[in-house]
Ligand binder design. Sequence first.
Ligand code: GTP
Ligand code: MG
Length: 405
Amino acid sequence: MAGVLSNLYYNAKDVKDLVSAYKREGQKGFQLAIERKSKQFENVQIRIAVMGEGGSGKSTLINALLDLDENEEGAAPTGSTETTTEIKPYPHPTLPNVQYYDFPGLNTPRFPVKKFMKETNFSQYDLGIIVTNSRFTENDKLLAEALKKAGKPFYLVRSKMDDTKRAESHKKGYNQEDMFRRVREYCVSSLRAAGIEKPTVFLYSAFDLEDFDFPQLKKAVVSNLMETQKNLFTAALPNTSEAAIEGKREALRPFIQMLSAISGGIGAVSIPGLSLACDLVLIISGILFIQKNLGLDEASLRRLAQRMGTSVADLRRGTEHIWVFGEITREQILLLLQRSNVALALTIAEPFLDFVPILGSVFGATSSFAVTLMMLNNSLDTMVETAKIVLKNAKAAASSEGIGN
Ligand SMILES: Nc1nc2c(ncn2[C@@H]2O[C@H](COP(=O)(O)OP(=O)(O)OP(=O)(O)O)[C@@H](O)[C@H]2O)c(=O)[nH]1
Ligand SMILES: [Mg+2]
């Protein structure tokens, strides 16, 4: 709970902006403001710079990371002669916000090192990958120093390990593990000598992606995305599996926290007949947002039904909480509030809030915070369970229609 306001998904300024949008424009303006806010995340670009000397295997590595064959559309051209002549972005096929920037070789006549270093804005990239294929060169060192200076995380990828393995394996007393260890240590100590305290090195061969460190490299790239970016991608992915839906549950939690913080900032309104204060508009806006992200709104369901050759009613079959598909009205929320154990939620939340001075001082109305948090969390859980049933129904419809077989 203490991390509420420092969450990367939003910050205190976002909360203030949204509070004033609400005060200025009411429900409609507020709804648009939170949609805009989520769009901002959709527009977050993640730029990964793949750099290194000419022919080190940069373009080939990008294709491997994109899971593209070099002849497929969208793949980076590769070759044994100077191939990449200008910086070009390659978007991830399913996550177009992630872009790998393919750089020309560093020591080629067209890109002399000095010009390259002067003209490259290292700070515009979120992550750097330096590709080296045998010796760690003076140019690799310059790249590492430049990325460090720009405060960017980066990895060193030692490519063409298949070549190295082949060449070394003829030697007397060859031991594969020893050879890998030596190559790794060489890369690590070269980076340390360049002033990089905690180097990250991956060994790789484009022709053997299951071997060496390629699986770990892929994982590292994803884990390097900021929490926010990960949440965004997770929330925007299609509901293709139960795991994907579960991922959305976690991705949407920070959003709920943000709305709850806003509800504290707006100041609660007492609700007649209930001994609590909260803001219904805000709760409705939040539920609508969750509904859309989980594909439970009317338009998404209709699209899904059409794709699967079934009806919306069929997709909803077996779901218990019909309200999650609807327009979400004040009356429904009041009904839900009456049914839920608000008193319990408040007694659990209030002691926590006492330990969060910023919430206490910035936002007086802690009970509004707690009620909103509880209502949105409960709605999220119900909607996640419903989305799983819809997925099951969609899959059943698809298999009886022969879709995807
Ligand atoms: N054996 C082996 N060859 C590789 C590997 N990766 C790339 N190559 C080959 O190395 C050559 C150069 O690869 P590219 O990916 O075009 O290299 P690049 O760094 O993008 O080259 P420039 O754009 O010209 O700077 C190609 O012939 C690739 O097939 C690898 O892991 N093993
Ligand atoms: Mg290239």
